[in-house]
Design a protein around this ligand. Structure first.
Ligand code: NAP
Length: 437
């Protein structure tokens, strides 16, 4: 038997499990996750009001139900089992641990109360147990979101929607209530470069044209008249669509709805201003663009905000003993190869870039490499996989959550949903484990 361990049950891990469990003869695939719940960012990162994107879990469920695939939930690699113990007991390891930690802006005031990284904020409204206790202070008339990616847009939209607009989502009841109670009037979405350089996509940008209580605004002078002639036609088409949407926002009336989303370009935060340890403003510097790069102009201005959410990307978290690139915040790897028998895929391999289909392609490439390596250097067959790690976990008193256990948790979440919501997530591991006894 070829014993394969996958660490992390998000999309990248599930795609690798799918291919290896089908294509490697006599494979046993064990997918470890530190949470009792599988699917990683599909559950805790994809916006709760984008339920269509979450449908991919049906495919992942089929993979996890396969006879030669075992979900090993509630097991933390690094504390419950060490990385070395995995290496001793598995023929192949794939590290698909994602990127959970927020990148920092590195400016004064970042530690003030009222500053929440996008990772922790998104995890909070999505019910990730790590952030269930975040309780962000949203008693703010102004909220600044830094960054021009789709994560920044997701956060702005979730803050801008009414509670009834969120009833078809699986946002947690606590987050839904906290956002509904916020007196927010002005949400600022701030890009350090221009509208042309923004990385958000048009489907997400257009959603702001259809919100009940929020109107999207942009200063017409911030939009370019035309794109450079030498631009790649595919990129130009996508940017032109964004510009078209932004132009339609530029003629919106600020007073037409009670909440305003201000799309602001070419500005970088220089200082988060505090009063008694709490955010009371944000100082920004206008940028000019030189060859597509932001250059500070020396001209500053201030926004009246009480909450600041940097949405500027993520880092992975190192597991003890695992080769790690501290500068980039990723698993150290060469085209997905980490060390003999160890591979990596997804955001922890490449950095936090790309939607689920991009991670599928990446996982497929790494799985093919694993298969080629297994064919050229067949394992000796003396690594016993779960026959060793299972008893080790039991000895250590770890309550392993199986795929059947997850189905019990899943059914309970579906059953307790109210107001037409698709599910009401449990936000603590203890709540989930209590269902299994
Ligand atoms: P992203 O698309 O890379 O956006 C990060 C943003 O942060 C960029 O605008 C970047 O500006 C800015 N930034 C970085 N450092 C900064 C700094 N020091 N000061 C000011 N701004 C800074 O990343 P993301 O939004 O976190 O999304 C991650 C991935 O998930 C992306 O591939 C995204 O498409 C995907 N995603 C997709 C969806 C969806 O399809 N609905 C939803 C969420 C996420 P520069 O461009 O100037 O570097």
């Amino acid at each position: 038997m070829i014993n394969i361990a996958i660490v992390g049950s998000g999309p990248s891990g599930c795609y690798i499990a799918d291919m290896l469990s089908k294509k490697v003869a006599d494979a046993q695939v064990d997918i470890f996750d530190r949470l009792p719940t599988p699917f990683g960012l599909v559950r805790a990162g994809v916006a709760p009001d984008h339920q269509g994107t979450k449908n991919i879990v049906r495919q992942f469920e089929r993979t996890l139900s396969r006879d030669n695939v075992r979900f090993v939930g509630n097991v933390n690699i690094g504390s419950d089992l060490s990385y070395d113990e995995l290496k001793q007991n598995y023929d192949v390891i794939a590290l698909t641990i994602g990127a959970l930690r927020d990148r920092k802006l590195g400016i004064p005031g970042e530690d003030l109360a009222g500053v929440y990284g996008s990772g922790e904020f998104v995890a909070w409204y999505n019910g990730h147990p790590d952030q269930a206790g975040l309780n962000p202070d949203l008693n703010s008339s102004g909220i600044a979101i830094i960054g021009n990616g789709n994560v920044a847009l997701d956060i702005a939209r979730i803050l801008a929607k009414t509670s009834s607009e969120m009833d078809s989502s699986d946002i947690t009841a606590a987050a839904q209530a906290a956002i509904a109670a916020s007196p927010v009037q002005d949400i600022y979405l701030i890009g350090r470069r221009g509208a042309v350089e923004a990385s958000f996509t048009n489907v997400e940008l257009s959603e702001f044209g259809e919100l009940e209580r929020c109107v999207a605004l942009v200063e017409p002078a911030q939009l370019p008249g035309s794109l450079p002639d030498d631009m790649d036609p595919k990129a130009a088409k996508a940017i032109e669509k964004n510009l078209e949407t932004l132009r339609s926002y530029a003629i919106n009336m600020p007073d037409s709805k009670p909440v305003r989303l201000h799309l602001m370009f070419c500005a970088s935060p220089v200082n988060i201003i505090g009063d008694n340890g709490k955010v009371c403003g944000l100082k920004l510097e206008r940028n000019t663009l030189v060859d597509g790069r932001a250059q500070p102009s020396g001209e500053t201005f201030q926004l009246d905000v009480q909450t600041v959410i940097p949405a500027i990307g993520y880092r992975s978290e190192a597991i003890d003993g695992m080769p790690f690139d501290e500068t980039r915040g990723i698993v150290k790897n060469d085209e997905g190869c980490v060390e003999a028998g160890v591979y990596t895929a997804g955001w922890c391999k490449r950095g936090p870039q790309g939607v689920i289909p991009a991670n599928r392609a990446d996982s497929m490439a790494v799985a093919k490499q694993i298969i080629a390596d297994l064919e050229s250097t067949p394992p000796q067959g003396n690594r016993a996989g779960y026959d060793v790690t299972g008893p080790l976990l039991a000895e250590r008193g770890v309550c392993v959550v199986s795929f059947t256990d997850w189905q019990t948790i899943n059914q309970a979440e579906l059953a307790r949903a109210e107001n037409g919501k698709p599910r009401e997530k449990f936000t603590s591991v203890e709540q989930m484990l209590a269902l299994l006894n």
